[in-house]
Design a protein. Structure first.
Length: 138
């Protein structure tokens, strides 16, 4: 009987020692609490308003950034003495200027027929402003 009592007391002590090592706080609850606080803070900062709330324009804070750029160079040192940036602007004859269109070659590196439906025709039906539809035979 004494043995059973000692085993019982030892088991009770072991259970008590194990019970003290388990934390009482639930980590999921702590995580959820932090997430709720985060959402409340975001709501306070960025405000999700309900439909019946009216915001005054005067209550909106507007910050203007006045950034000035100062170049520490004197452009007169690098330009001719009689330089005028606007000189000759009205003298350009746009009819004498030749425009060249550069055609870029664009090559697909795959076969588009592999990725389109079997009977696909891009220009099968074209919708125009003055005609409802146009049928093309390709």
């Amino acid at each position: 009987m004494l043995r059973k009592l000692l085993v019982f007391v030892f088991a009770l002590g072991a259970l008590n020692a194990t019970a003290n090592t388990i934390t009482a706080a639930d980590p999921i609850e702590d995580y959820l609490t932090l997430e709720i606080e985060k959402l409340e803070l975001e709501n306070e900062l960025f405000g999700i308003m309900s439909n019946d709330e009216i915001v005054s324009i005067a209550s909106i804070a507007v910050f203007e950034l006045n950034e000035s750029l100062e170049l520490d160079i004197n452009t007169k040192q690098y330009l001719p003495a009689d330089f005028n940036a606007k000189e000759g602007m009205e003298d350009i004859d746009w009819d004498t200027i030749e425009l060249f269109e550069i055609e870029d070659e664009f090559e697909l590196e795959f076969n588009t027929k592999d990725h389109l439906p079997k009977d696909f025709k891009f220009a099968k039906r074209l919708v125009c402003d003055n005609v409802s539809s146009v049928e093309l035979d390709n």
